[in-house]
Design a protein around this ligand. Structure first.
Ligand SMILES: NC(=O)c1ccc[n+]([C@@H]2O[C@H](COP(=O)([O-])OP(=O)(O)OC[C@H]3O[C@@H](n4cnc5c(N)ncnc54)[C@H](OP(=O)(O)O)[C@@H]3O)[C@@H](O)[C@H]2O)c1
Length: 287
């Protein structure tokens, strides 16, 4: 597999979060690569359409070889921002928009190609043959190497696959948001050999005080000692055990946490511990 098992999500590297200066972004990129995190996840919209550009500037200055990293980006969400004449937030999967969005991402990222392009969210108005025409052209022109989707259900993937193969699905998956392992989405990835990626892999644990998170905290208090691992590592180890060989897209922009995320790959959580955590999240044992 050419993508690193842990993928660095860049959503909060720029304007939507840490607002890293170019030199800090360069050192974060090098830190990722030194820890075998070579895949970076982008979207045109991150930072209100500014983070790809910030990353691209850092990438250019870093001297990192293009072939040593993989760049994923997404298209389709049209925000209601000052620079665009949109009257409403919407999705656009017209052929011209997909192509122009990718060309813009390439320019911002200062690269000739994306390793993977994802359609960011399904649209009720997407037309598979139009999507396929755009993707075929981008592939033939060498501007994208692989094509996938994000937040798509198996039937929405089937719709696109009427015209063109879908190689990946990036979905929300964590202990606290685990619907995709029960609604067929991850089964679809296994069945059809799609690269499964999970966004927000830590779920609500560090964001919300809920009864479920209180129960999980209690369990993790024991497991951190048993596995000699931190809470965030155990939450990642939980999703890594899923047979879809999930690739977590981690959102941390903290160097130490990025290294710890990669170290998680070697944790093999015991099957009963996995179900103890599931039970803590759900509030009841499995049927
Ligand atoms: N395809 C989609 O629709 C979609 C949607 C959303 C996101 N994404 C992608 O997924 C990536 C990850 O999303 P996410 O940011 O929600 O993922 P996440 O990895 O679940 O959460 C990351 C957040 O958790 C914090 N954190 C990590 N460890 C912590 C700890 N031990 N204690 C307290 N806080 C901790 C991080 O803070 P620090 O940064 O301070 O460490 C960061 O704010 C994004 O960057 C983006 O690339 C995709």
């Amino acid at each position: 597999m050419k993508y690193s098992r842990i993928i660095a999500g860049t959503m909060t590297w720029g304007k939507w979060g840490k607002q890293h200066a170019t030199k800090d972004m360069i050192s974060l990129m090098n830190h990722c690569i030194d820890n075998n995190i070579t895949t970076f996840d982008h979207a045109d919209i991150y930072g209100d359409y500014t983070t790809e550009e910030d990353f691209g500037k850092a990438f250019k200055e870093s001297g990192i070889k293009r072939e040593n990293i993989q760049l994923i980006s997404k298209c389709g969400i049209q925000f209601h921002v000052k620079e665009r004449s949109n009257r409403v937030k919407h999705y656009d999967y017209s052929k011209d928009y997909i192509i122009s969005s990718v060309e813009r991402s390439l320019k911002m990222l200062q690269t000739d190609y994306l390793d993977m392009l994802l359609l960011h969210r399904p649209s009720p108005l997407m037309n598979p043959s139009e999507v396929a025409e755009a993707i075929d052209k981008l592939k033939n022109d060498g501007k994208i190497r692989q094509f996938g989707v994000s937040n798509f259900s198996p039937s929405q993937i089937q719709l696109i696959e009427k015209e063109i193969p879908v190689e990946a699905n990036q979905v929300e998956f964590s202990l606290s948001a685990n619907e995709v392992m029960n609604n067929g989405t991850l089964d679809d990835c296994i069945t059809y050999d799609r690269l499964a990626m999970s966004w927000s892999p830590l779920g609500s644990y560090f964001r919300e005080d809920s009864q479920a998170n209180t129960r999980i905290k209690k369990v993790l208090a024991d497991f951190t000692k048993k596995y000699n691992a931190t809470e965030d590592q155990l939450l990642l180890a939980w999703i890594l055990k899923h047979p879809s060989k999930i690739h977590p897209v981690v959102g941390t922009a903290t160097p130490k946490r990025l290294k710890m995320a990669m170290d998680t790959v070697s944790i093999d959580m015991d099957i009963q511990d996995w179900f103890i955590l599931l039970e803590a999240n759900e509030g009841h044992e499995v049927a």
